[in-house]
Write a protein that binds this ligand. Structure first.
Ligand SMILES: O=C[C@H](O)COP(=O)(O)O
Length: 260
């Protein structure tokens, strides 16, 4: 089954709201419209940039979507510092990154909490980009497939097949994030394939065939084409390389079968 690739830029805690407008506009002008038939392009800026990004995108009717980098598992109320799924949706977000390894390690988020966030995001019409991946020690011990499928099960716990069908998965080996050490295309394919087979086993073939599974971890123009050529890799979650708009446009074009 053909799945349209998704390239999502996770800006992490970079770029203020004024810089964000410049980056989105440069990305739009650098990537010819024809490529959007072959790739979905999204940016996930910090919360404080979302309104500005929305305005820039709407002003030029850009075919770029955007999302948050986290949301609360709660509906609303006394949760100082948190941002709700409803607030993101109201700002026009399509996506929300959930369970990123930086939130799992820095903020102690576990699978159970991530599963609650995924459910809340879906309830409000957001598409969660559910991140999971093994650390270096697990990889060295050869436990990466078991680790990732267990994280998948735990982070989707309690969801129906219909709900799981609306999730994007991002396989991000922790040892490849921001390190310049990209997984080989075979490494990426091995885990993305195992995740898809696990979805097939638990949620059925229609879900397994429809869900997009991205790879993330030091993705750049030089490796994106080989990564998305893998049968079970349906795009990329891009950190550092998404901050520079012309380079990110080139990366998106290559994922769409380009060159730019
Ligand atoms: O969410 C994105 C990932 O953490 C990858 O970041 P990176 O491309 O800077 O390695």
């Amino acid at each position: 089954m053909a799945r349209k690739p998704l390239i999502a830029g996770n800006w992490k805690m970079n770029l203020n709201h004024l810089e964000a407008i410049g980056v989105v506009q440069k990305l739009y002008f650098a990537l010819p419209t024809k490529y959007y038939d072959h790739v979905d392009v999204a940016v996930c800026p910090p919360f404080t940039d979302l309104r500005s990004v929305q305005t820039a995108i709407d002003a030029d009717s850009m075919p770029i979507t955007y999302g948050g980098q986290d949301c609360s598992p709660e509906e609303s109320g006394a949760f100082t510092g948190d941002v709700s799924a409803a607030m993101l949706r109201k700002l026009g977000c399509t996506y929300v990154v959930l369970g990123h390894s930086e939130r799992r390690s820095v903020h102690g988020e576990d699978d159970a909490l991530v599963a609650r966030k995924v459910a809340k995001a879906l309830e409000h019409g957001l598409t969660p980009i559910l991140c999971l991946g093994e650390g270096e020690e697990v990889r060295d011990a050869g436990g990466h497939v078991e680790h990732c499928t267990a994280q998948l099960d735990g982070s989707l716990k309690g969801l129906t097949a219909e709900q799981v069908g609306r999730v994007v998965i991002a396989y991000e080996p922790v040892w490849a994030i921001g390190t310049g050490k990209t997984a080989t295309t075979q490494d990426a394919q091995e885990v993305c394939h195992a995740l898809r087979e696990r979805l097939r086993e638990v949620h059925g073939p229609a879900v397994a065939d429809a869900v997009r599974i991205l790879y993330g971890g030091s993705v750049k123009s030089g490796n994106v084409k080989d990564l998305v050529a893998q049968a079970d890799v349906d795009g990329a979650l891009v950190g550092g390389a998404s901050l520079e708009p012309e380079g990110f446009a080139e990366l998106c074009a290559l994922a769409a079968g380009g060159p730019l």
